[in-house]
Design a protein around this ligand. Structure first.
Ligand code: PEP
Length: 249
């Protein structure tokens, strides 16, 4: 059985004080759930966040990392730095990294390889732009992102991969893909992986949906058979909303 996952991407939000407060609320209100619950605070607060959730089942994950092991990369963070503070999972390929920081498929592939080399788990994000969907090119775009990011991996590496399909037009816009659109794409993703690898690998990988998931729409999206949870942006910044989304799974 693949894992159900609810992951909150806090982006460049929450000071240290606010991080401590939100995590105290989340750990206090966390419902009993089979789902894995993850939160991704900003780098500067990761170590404190790891301590904050120590006695709960919440996992603190990183929003990004550099592909180099160490060296002259001012402002960057390595896999070893994450591991050393107790962070074992990293988001790679978020559309904001692609759009604002020039992260190409080639760079993302290097990051994924480095993360897996260090035994980090990777939450790989991808998804089409509005133009791609309007021109009916969304399946092509997604299959290229999968191919360029992941299809050089050995089959055994897939146990460390979580996928997050995030149509760019639905991120932070309030516009969600319909549950049917999400299911259609998630099923396509699974078939694409099965064709490249095996049905067993495709069936075992968790595929999260991301893009304006809120308490009001989470249950319907999560009810779809190929949707294994969500990557949540805005709604992860409020404890009650995030808890409601966890309950929806
Ligand atoms: C995201 O940035 O990964 C995201 C899904 O954001 P939001 O939920 O705010 O659309």
């Amino acid at each position: 059985m693949r894992s159900k996952i609810v992951a909150g991407n806090w982006k460049m939000n929450k000071t240290l004080t606010e991080t401590n407060t939100l995590l105290a609320e989340l750990t206090g209100k966390l419902p009993d759930t089979d789902a894995e619950v993850m939160v991704a605070p900003t780098f500067v607060n990761l170590a404190a966040a790891v301590q904050d959730v120590k006695s709960s089942s919440i996992e603190v994950i990183a929003q990004n990392m550099h592909f180099a092991e160490n060296g002259a990369y001012t402002g960057e963070i390595s896999a070893d730095m994450l591991l050393d503070i107790g962070v074992n999972t990293v988001i790679i390929g978020h559309s904001e990294r692609r759009a604002y920081f020039g992260e190409t498929d080639e760079i993302l592939s290097k990051k994924i390889i480095s993360a897996l080399d260090k035994n980090l788990r990777v939450v790989f994000c991808f998804g089409e732009e509005l133009e791609d969907r309007k021109s009916d090119n969304h399946f092509n775009v997604v299959s290229n992102q999968l191919k360029n990011g992941l299809f050089n991996l050995k089959p055994e590496a897939w146990t460390k991969i979580v996928l997050a399909y995030e149509p760019v037009w639905a991120i932070g816009t309030g516009e969600t893909a319909s549950p049917e659109q999400a299911q259609e794409m998630h099923s396509f993703i699974r078939k694409t992986i099965a064709n490249e690898y095996t049905t067993k690998i495709a069936e075992a990988v968790s595929i999260l949906y991301g893009g304006s998931v809120k308490p009001a729409n989470a249950k319907e999206i999560f009810s779809k058979v190929d949707v294994d949870g969500g990557l949540i942006g805005g709604a992860a910044l409020n404890a009650d909303d995030f808890i409601a989304i966890i309950k929806a799974i």
